[in-house]
Design a protein around this ligand. Structure first.
Ligand code: FMN
Length: 148
């Protein structure tokens, strides 16, 4: 079975007052559905942007990506990494949630406003480190309040 990883950035269309409930609902649904379809990954919400890494069987990742593109809770979805992998980075869990964070927002804003190759590689590496750090916390629902 070919495994694939996909990372994207998107712009939230959720109003700040609705963000907590809306992101809780996304995370709950994702944990349930990703478990059924063999997908793992991580979701970061900065208050303004979403960054998500998905891993799993090639076709399942592709199917979810199409679903995500049609989800009106975010827009301007830009794929910043999409490639085959041999092993999962986030095998032990399904979905983590970190947010809202001015720090993450600033990093992602740099990526969105100047998407040069160097910037993509820099931010993708940084985000993977951040998401890997979430690993021990990710069995439940983790909210990292603003850390600058
Ligand atoms: C930022 C964001 C991330 C999401 N991540 C996932 C995900 O990892 N897995 C998933 O099944 N749905 C995810 N969703 C929700 C899907 O877009 C879609 O609403 C859901 O899969 C539909 O499920 P249903 O057909 O069972 O109602 C996400 C939505 C948003 C806005």
């Amino acid at each position: 079975m070919v495994l694939r990883t996909l990372m994207y950035v998107s712009l939230s269309q959720i109003s700040p007052s609705a963000a907590d409930a809306a992101t809780r609902s996304i995370v709950t649904k994702s944990i349930e559905k990703n478990g059924q379809s063999g997908l793992s990954g991580a979701l970061v919400f900065s208050g303004r942007y979403f960054v998500q890494i998905l891993e799993g069987p090639e076709d399942r990742v592709g199917d979810l990506c199409e679903t995500l593109k049609a989800d009106v809770r975010h827009s301007d979805l830009v794929i910043i990494n999409d490639r085959p992998i041999e092993r999962r980075k986030f095998a032990s869990w399904r979905m983590a949630f970190v947010g809202p964070s001015v720090f993450v927002d600033r990093q992602v804003n740099r990526l969105a406003s100047s998407p040069s190759d160097g910037e993509v590689v820099r931010v993708a590496g940084w985000l993977e480190t951040l998401l890997a750090e979430c690993d021990p916390l990710a069995t439940g629902y983790h909210i990292q309040k603003d850390f600058q």
